[in-house]
Design a protein around this ligand. Structure first.
Ligand code: 13P
Length: 254
């Protein structure tokens, strides 16, 4: 099955409103240019989402949130619910390692967030990945399989078909050292086999992204990995020219 490449810029806690609007407009122009060959999305900081969604309405740029609350509403100071995001976003990142480590998000919370997103029709980009210590101990694959097992425990095959998995080894994020294409393919293959064991043929259509120090220098070989369908990009998505180069690498890769 042919899977459409997908590139997502995760802006994390960067940009001013002015910077964000300019970057979103520039990225939307790229998204329009490469349509229908490549899908392009961005995950701006929460306060900019509404302004950006209004600004890029009618373009091909997909808008995602970086996180969401596991709860639907109530006394949860600082949290943002799926129903607040759904009018403005097409998808949401769930289980990013910066949420799992900095905010001590457990597998159980990640499971609840996947459920909350699905209940409100938001696409899910589920982030999984092992720490350096887990890899050194030979537990990289079991860590990632365990994260999938837990997060997708009650997800039907119909729902799984709409989801994206992002493999982001914790040690590669922001480190300047991406995983090798062999490591990325090995883990993406493990992820696809896990998905196939649960959801059969549906797994063939599920996109798997790689994230962790993706740059102009390593993006091309990323697409050599048979099970990799795109990238979840942090730092390199904050510059329009650099992000354009990444998107261009995806054209014709499939
Ligand atoms: P970098 O591309 O900056 O390593 O960040 C990756 C990431 O965490 C994307 O979600």
């Amino acid at each position: 099955m042919t899977r459409q490449p997908l590139l997502i810029g995760n802006w994390k806690m960067h940009t001013s409103l002015d910077d964000a609007l300019a970057l979103a407009q520039g990225t939307a122009a790229i998204a329009d240019e490469v349509r229908p060959s490549v899908d392009v999305g961005v995950c701006p900081p929460f306060p900019w989402i509404v302004s950006i969604a209004q600004k890029v309405r009618g373009t091909s740029l997909l808008i995602g949130a970086q996180d969401l609350s596991a709860d639907s509403d109530g006394s949860f100071t600082g949290d943002v619910s799926a129903s607040m995001l759904a009018p403005w976003c097409q998808f949401v990142l769930v289980g990013h390692s910066e949420r799992r480590t900095v905010h001590q998000e457990s597998d159980e919370v990640v499971t609840r967030k996947v459920r909350a997103a699905r209940e409100h029709g938001l696409g899910v980009v589920l982030c999984v990945g092992e720490t350096a210590a887990a890899r050194a101990a030979g537990r990289a694959e079991s860590t990632v399989s365990g994260q999938l097992e837990s997060a997708l425990i009650d997800v039907s095959s119909d729902d799984a078909a709409t989801m994206t998995i992002a493999y982001e080894p914790v040690w590669a994020i922001g480190s300047g050292t991406a995983a090798t294409v062999e490591e990325i393919q090995a883990m993406s293959g493990t992820i696809r086999r896990w998905l196939t064991s649960r959801h059969g043929l549906v797994a063939d259509g599920i996109r798997i992204l790689y994230g962790g120090s993706v740059s102009q220098h390593n993006v091309r070989e990323l697409f050599d990995a048979a099970d990799v369908d795109g990238a979840l990009v942090g730092g390199a998505s904050l510059d329009r020219g650099t992000f354009r180069a990444l998107v261009e690498a995806a054209i014709g890769s499939r």
